[in-house]
Ligand binder design. Structure first.
Ligand code: NAD
Ligand code: DAU
Length: 351
C-alpha cells in the first residue's frame, strides 16, 4: 500500500490512475480538496477497493498519524501543494502554509511512523517529494539546462515555498535518516489540467471565443512534459532512485509560450474549426506581464535517463495533440471545474 497526497489534483490524479492501471497495490489518497482538487478526475475508480480516498490536510498531524498507523504504507508520495505561480503573487500565505508548514508537518508524521517500523521495513520505506524545476530560478537564452547540481534561486513565492520544502525533505534525510527521494520536474500538460494554467486556459478560452492572454512578449520559454511521462518517471524513481538524491524530470521540449499557443490554435483549427472560418490565432491577445516572470526553464534529464534508464514516451507533438483531443472530448469536465470560485479568480487576474 502507498499513501499519495494531493491525489485529486492534476498530476496526483493522473498518477493514481496510472498507478492502478499498472499494478494492484492499493493507494490511500489524502487530499484537502482545495479549488484545485477534483474527485471527478477519479470517477473511473468509483467502487474500486484499491483506491481509498480521505479528505484532509497534510498538515493535520493527528489525521496523518492515524492513516499511517492504520494503513502502514511502504511509501508516501507527496504531490499536495498550492501550485499556481500567479495565485502565489496575489496571495502567498496559502503557499507558505501548505508547501512549507504542511510539508514540515507531513515529514514530522512520517518521522514518527518510520521510527516505529522494524529495521527491515525502515529500509524499504520511501518518502518521495514531488517538486519543480522553478526552484533553480531563471535561465538566459544560452545557459545550459538545469542540472541537479544547479544552485537554488527561486524567484516567486510559489517557487520559494517549493524550495523551502525541498530543503526540509533533504534535511530529514541528512539529520534523521528518513529514506527520501525528490523529483524536480518541468511544466506538465495533459488531461485534468486545471484551466488556470496556460495550456488548458487557452484551449478553454479559444472554444469560448475569448481572448488567449499572452503575458509580455510571449517569448518566455518552458520545457514541456506530458503528465503521464512525469508519472512514469516518479514510478521509476520510487523503484530505483538512490536515497537522498534528487532527479530532474523533463522532456527536452523547450518552447516559447507564443509557439505553444500557436500550436494549440493550429490543432483546434484542424480538429474543431471556428464557424466563421477564421483561425483561433485571431483571439491571441498580449497582456501585462507576470511580475518577476522567469524568462526560461530547461531541464537536463541526463541523470534520470543514464542512471535509471527512464525515457518519456511522448514528444511534444504527440502529447499536445492528445491533450487538445482530450479537452474536446471532455467539455463536461471543464464545465464542472469552471465553478464560481474559478470565475472569481479569472476576473481578478485578467481584469
Ligand atoms: P494541483 O494544484 O493541480 O493539485 C494540488 C492538489 O493538492 C489538489 O488536489 C489540492 O486539493 C491538494 N492540496 C492542496 N493543499 C493541500 C493540503 N494542505 N493537504 C492536502 N492536499 C492539498 O497541482 P499539480 O499541478 O497537480 O502539482 C502537483 C505537485 O507537482 C505540486 O507539488 C507541484 O508543485 C508539483 N509540480 C507541478 C508541475 C506542473 O506543471 N503542474 C510541474 C512540476 C512539479
Ligand atoms: O515549471 C514547473 C511549473 O510549471 C510548476 O511547478 C507549476 O506548478 C506550474 O503551474 C507551472 O508553472 P508556470 O508558471 O510555468 O505555468 P503557467 O501555466 O502558469 O504558465 C506557463 C507560461 O505561460 C509562463 O511563462 C506564464 C505564461 N502564461 C500563463 C498564463 C496563465 C501566459 O502567458 N498567460 C497566461 O494566462
Amino acid at each position: 500500500m502507498i499513501l499519495v497526497t494531493g491525489g485529486a489534483g492534476f498530476i496526483g490524479s493522473n498518477f493514481v490512475l496510472d498507478w492502478l492501471a499498472n499494478n494492484d497495490e492499493p493507494v490511500v489518497n489524502l487530499d484537502a480538496l482545495t479549488y484545485a482538487g477534483n474527485l471527478s478526475n477519479l470517477e473511473s475508480l468509483s467502487g474500486d477497493a484499491r483506491h481509498i480516498f480521505v479528505q484532509g490536510d497534510i498538515g493535520d498531524g493527528k489525521l496523518v498519524g492515524e492513516l499511517l498507523a492504520k494503513y502502514q504504507p511502504r511509501a508516501v508520495i507527496n504531490f499536495a501543494a498550492e501550485s499556481h505561480v500567479d495565485r502565489s503573487i496575489h496571495g502567498p500565505e496559502d503557499f507558505i502554509q501548505t508547501n512549507i508548514v504542511g510539508t514540515f508537518r507531513l515529514l514530522e508524521s512520517v518521522r514518527a511512523y518510520w521510527n516505529g517500523l522494524s529495521e527491515a521495513d525502515k529500509q524499504e520505506f520511501r518518502f518521495l517529494h514531488v517538486s519543480t524545476d522553478e526552484v533553480y530560478g531563471s535561465l538566459e537564452a544560452n545557459d545550459p539546462a538545469f542540472k541537479e547540481t544547479n544552485q537554488y534561486q527561486p524567484n516567486s513565492p510559489y517557487s520559494a515555498s517549493k524550495a523551502a520544502s525541498d530543503h526540509l525533505v533533504r534535511a530529514y534525510h541528512h539529520t534523521y535518516g528518513i529514506p527520501v527521494l525528490t523529483t524536480n520536474c518541468s511544466n506538465n500538460y495533459g488531461p485534468y489540467h486545471f484551466p488556470e494554467k496556460l495550456i488548458p486556459l487557452c484551449i478553454h478560452n479559444a472554444l469560448a471565443g475569448k481572448p488567449l492572454p499572452i503575458y509580455g512578449d510571449g517569448k518566455q520559454v518552458r520545457d514541456w512534459l506530458y503528465v503521464k511521462d512525469h508519472c512514469s518517471a516518479i514510478r521509476r524513481v520510487l523503484e530505483a532512485g538512490k536515497l537522498g538524491e534528487t532527479y530532474n524530470v523533463g522532456g527536452w521540449n523547450e518552447k516559447a509560450n507564443i509557439e505553444v499557443v500557436n500550436t494549440l490554435c493550429h490543432l483546434l483549427d484542424e480538429l474543431q474549426p471556428r464557424i466563421d472560418g477564421e483561425s483561433y490565432k485571431t483571439q491571441i491577445t498580449f497582456v501585462k506581464d507576470r511580475p518577476g516572470h522567469d524568462r526560461r526553464y530547461a531541464i537536463d534529464v541526463t541523470k534520470l535517463e543514464k542512471e535509471l534508464g527512464w525515457k518519456p514516451a511522448e514528444t511534444f507533438e504527440t502529447g499536445i495533440r492528445k491533450t487538445v483531443q482530450w479537452y474536446l472530448d471532455n467539455q463536461g469536465w471543464v464545465k464542472n471545474v469552471t465553478s464560481g470560485a474559478y470565475r472569481n479568480w479569472l476576473e481578478k487576474q485578467y481584469q
